[in-house]
Design a protein around this ligand. Structure first.
Ligand code: URA
Length: 234
């Protein structure tokens, strides 16, 4: 088995992050520094930061959280800000967030120790639709959304076609439902900035058919078997 898959299976991180850990010289195989793409098998001693990881099975855990704003999606924060890890109740294992919502964004976040699922869901080729409710400062018309629907340039690369429609509008603000299939950094906020609009509030309300509904801010619940099977099939 590839070393990055082994680390993902142990719930250490996604395969991509596992590769970064290997490059940062944090992983050893039988006492030697691991190299990218190395293989491990039963009997090998794999360690991360000096801690040996066993080959035994681990229990896979899957949760859905309503991330509040003012919380970061990393495991630790060098600026001492609150992280989603601080919101995990006792009894929840060593799970980590699947993808990111930025500090000021709230809503649906999946947490798991299933590195493979995390890898697949966040892979740029997966194109899983993610829907957000964006509250924009001021008035907007359906026509104003056309550039956003057809693609705007962010860092020199066009965003993919997406769906967007107005849910409510008045002089003070406009609420837009927007569904994107990518996960670029601060993507929704930057898409609106590119048409001169400021996002005041941003909330992710669904990932594919998985909906946030029914969870209060900061709350989390285990995903049902059906929901896990659905995500595995995406
Ligand atoms: N788009 C954003 O701007 N922020 C997020 O957290 C997610 C999507």
């Amino acid at each position: 088995m590839r070393i990055n898959k082994f680390l993902a299976d142990k719930g250490v991180a996604s395969r991509r992050r596992a590769d970064e850990m290997i490059q940062a010289c944090r992983v050893t195989i039988n006492g030697e520094l691991a190299t990218l793409g190395a293989n491990v098998e039963e009997g090998d001693e794999v360690a991360l930061d000096g801690r040996v990881l066993s080959f035994e099975e681990k229990k896979l855990e899957y949760y859905i959280m309503n991330k509040p704003k003012g919380v970061v999606c990393t495991v630790s924060d060098d600026r001492g800000r609150k992280t989603v890890m601080d919101l995990l109740p006792e009894g929840v294992g060593r799970v980590f967030p699947v993808g990111r919502l930025d500090y000021a964004t709230e809503g649906l976040l999946i947490l798991t120790n299933d590195g493979d699922l995390s890898f697949r869901l966040t892979h740029p080729t997966s194109e899983i639709p993610k829907t957000y409710m964006a509250k924009i400062e001021g008035t907007l018309t359906e026509k104003d959304l056309n550039p956003i629907r057809s693609g705007v340039e962010l860092d020199g690369v066009l965003t993919k076609k997406c769906k967007a429609h107005i849910v409510e509008t008045n002089k003070a603000y406009t609420k837009v439902h927007i569904t994107i299939t990518e996960g670029r950094n601060r993507q929704v906020r930057r898409m609106f900035e590119s048409i001169g609009k400021n996002v005041q509030l941003l909330k992710r309300v669904s990932i594919g058919d998985l909906k946030l509904k029914g969870l209060d801010r900061g709350q989390l619940r285990p995903l049902t078997e059906r929901e896990v099977a659905y995500l595995q099939g995406l």
